[in-house]
Design a protein around this ligand. Structure first.
Ligand SMILES: Cc1cc2nc3c(=O)[nH]c(=O)nc-3n(C[C@H](O)[C@H](O)[C@H](O)COP(=O)(O)OP(=O)(O)OC[C@H]3O[C@@H](n4cnc5c(N)ncnc54)[C@H](O)[C@@H]3O)c2cc1C
Length: 416
């Protein structure tokens, strides 16, 4: 969740897509100060040189919640506009244009009804559905092939960072449900605002960055350069591979590679604050957006920031291939755009192949705990939810009173 600051730009390493319907963004202490910047409703699909708005859900409270977000942002742009409980039931017609890639008006109405139903389905019920690879399950949903190929496949690939849709159909349903029930969004100011807000809820001096743990036990953490810290309990909150090094026996999942590219130009672009997907899959870009239109704080005045995500192993000469694809997607030459950053993360997102356990144990034994996206779903929501489960286990083991009284890191004694 790191954000690079370069010449007035704020450049995320991650692929940007959160949902206003992620419950943990509303439940986690400290994140009430988070301002979410929503994309325009639904997504913009590029097909045959034209743009088509798709999936702009108005049922099940999604659009109302999103509207709430927009109004709150307009009223108080910097003061925390996270929409909380969405209770609206007004069901306006889905706002989609006719034609490829969404099919006929009837096809679109079926898609709108399916998304509305999904938004209203409790998550627990989705988790009881039979589980299969998402690509297989999609074909069995009774939706027209062009709706699946032109809209659902590119959308799910973007939401799951999984171009081949090998992920569990249950995880795909959860991702689509979050899409239908809320609005895709980015944190104002950059992804690193989330960990900064979390750290701010703790007493000053509690969090130490740049300290690498090399070994853990129930009573101590050994670090690379700062010796050993004694403690009453250890929670390992690293990526999956490091967690398995620190806690031998922990499973290491497969990973989806992700490459994020940031470009700038001084020309305005026609897509506004939309998330743009290529229904024709005519190049390496899975999704792209004029991020400075979604969140103006990410670019200096007068500059346009375009952020794009490539899923899977990137092609040779990724920047050239991406610029060529972006020229078609935005309908404008990109040869003079400036490349600000190309970030490739080989082990970006833990794969969630079926059968996927969304509630992997976070308590290994009394005093030793683990959390992170690899214990839950591979999203910021999953990482935060696993952290909630782990902290509940710690509170229960240590006793709430003693946990509140202790300040483990500040009071830890350096033993070496
Ligand atoms: C390129 C990319 C694109 C993504 N796109 C999206 C998206 O669009 N939407 C979405 O919801 N999610 C996305 N994700 C996933 C999301 O970023 C992760 O799910 C989330 O950051 C996981 O949080 P975490 O706390 O489990 O792990 P991390 O965010 O990986 O944090 C682990 C921390 O542990 C630290 N650490 C590692 N080893 C050690 C050690 N030995 N000692 C001490 N500290 C250590 C690391 O420095 C890091 O700060 C993306 C991720 C990547 C990489």
């Amino acid at each position: 969740m790191a954000t690079e600051k370069v010449d007035g730009f704020r450049l995320d390493r991650i692929g940007q897509l959160l949902s206003t319907a992620y419950p943990e963004l509303a439940l986690t202490p400290g994140l009430d100060a988070l301002t979410l910047r929503p994309f325009a409703p639904g997504v913009l699909l590029h097909s045959d040189g034209r743009h088509h708005r798709a999936g702009a859900q108005a049922g099940a409270g999604g659009a109302r919640g999103a509207l709430h977000a927009v109004r709150a942002l307009a009223a108080a742009p910097r003061s925390g506009a996270l929409p909380r409980q969405r209770t609206g039931s007004a069901a306006a017609a889905p706002r989609m244009r006719t034609g490829a890639p969404l099919g006929s008006a009837v096809d679109q109405a079926r898609l709108g009804a399916a998304l509305t139903r999904l938004a209203a389905t409790p998550a627990e019920r989705l988790l009881r559905r039979p589980e299969a690879p998402a690509a297989e399950a999609l074909a069995a949903r009774g939706l027209p092939a062009r709706t699946i190929d032109g809209f659902l496949r590119p959308l799910l690939a973007a939401l799951l960072c999984d171009p081949d849709l090998t992920s569990s159909s249950r995880c795909a349903d959860l991702a689509l449900r979050a899409f239908a029930a809320g609005r895709l969004c980015v944190p104002e100011g950059g992804a690193d605002v989330l960990p900064e807000l979390l750290a701010r809820t703790l007493p000053p001096g509690t969090v130490h960055t740049g300290v690498r743990a090399t070994a853990v036990s129930t009573t101590s953490v050994t670090t690379a350069e700062h010796g050993e810290f004694r403690c009453r309990a250890v929670l390992v909150a690293t990526d999956a591979r490091t967690a398995a090094e620190l806690l031998p026996g922990l499973r290491v999942p497969g990973f989806h590679p992700v490459t994020v590219l940031h470009h700038t130009t001084d020309e305005p672009l026609p897509t506004g604050a939309s998330l743009l997907l290529d229904a024709d899959r005519g190049g390496p870009v899975a999704h792209t957006a004029v991020l400075s239109a979604v969140d103006p704080s990410r670019a200096p005045a007068g500059r346009t920031l375009i952020s794009s995500t490539v899923l899977g192993p990137p092609p040779d000469g990724v920047d050239t291939a991406v610029r060529r694809h972006l020229a078609r997607l935005y309908g404008t030459p990109t040869g003079r755009w400036e490349t600000l950053a190309v970030h490739h993360t080989a082990e970006a997102v833990p794969a969630m192949r079926a059968p996927h356990d969304l509630r992997r144990p976070v308590r290994l034994l009394a005093g030793l705990y683990v959390c992170g996206d690899h214990r839950d779903t591979s999203t910021a929501q999953g990482a935060l939810h696993s952290a909630h489960r782990a902290s509940a286990a710690i509170v229960s083991d240590l006793g709430a009173g003693s946990l509140h009284a202790a300040e483990p890191v500040r009071t830890a004694q350096r033993a070496a």
